[in-house]
Design a protein around this ligand. Sequence first.
Ligand SMILES: [Zn+2]
Length: 315
Amino acid sequence: MSADISRRRFIASAGLAATAVCLVPQRLFGDEQSLVMAARASGAKTKIATQTLRGNVSALIGSGGNIAVLPGSDGKLVVDSGYLSSREKIAAALDGISGDPVKHLVNTHWHFDHTDGNEWMHSAGATIMAHENTKKHLSTTTRVDDWDFTFPRSPAAAIPTEITGAEKTLHLNGATVALKYYGPAHTDGDISAYFVEADVFHTGDTWWNGHFPFIDYSTGGNINGMIKAAEANLTMVTDKTIVVPGHGPVGGKAEMIQYRDLLVMVRDRVAALKGKGKSLNEIVAAKITAAYDAKWGTGFVNGEFFTKLVHKGVG
Ligand SMILES: [Zn+2]
């Protein structure tokens, strides 16, 4: 398959599946176009679906990471800002929810598929809030080895100006929104957003519903932190909680348990083989994820790539 066909197929599937576009293995694109550039371009073609959740909270699904929206007289609170190339579609979807301007933007972490829309949302009136490590990565040149991409410093208007710390509680639009830092997990700046009265929980990229997750070792992520975050997420929810993952469909506790168990299984088996002195190639050849690849590896992190990401963080 040529790189060009791969890229077009990826862009088409990103538009249809509205899923984890930040994870396309670099090899699909050869030297033609990086996965980051292809993912950004996909945002121009993707469709944005507005999903009404509960208690006035909605989710916009389809441009990069999933976006949560709380409208009201204090101005909209938006969690993550999608791709810049989806600006018109995201703006239209936001207008479709209510006429309130976007006043408050929370970034769950620094990745481009969650922050590329920061600049326009700020120019539309939003104050941007994030963990200090998110601000740090957006404020400087940052390389992600596993995407083979170096991000330049973000424009000043895209950089968060309010820092969340370990925990921060917002009172907006008649609702309570609890922001909480995970510690190093998917990156070193991940925070969750819990809409208390609605019982709606946005996990950022600590949870990928039905997809193997990316783990960004370049900016402080690691598999053990991902598992710790998956455990922490389970303590935050009941069977009734509506949970917005960073990628994949909106779900709940049952799917989060499956995800946690899968991460633990792969981590433990990779660690056991590595402990016996097996090489990375031998561990990949053991096909630890085989029983899960058909379901979990159909997005953009396949079982082999995920196994390699886990291998980096054990032993
Ligand atoms: Zn991410």
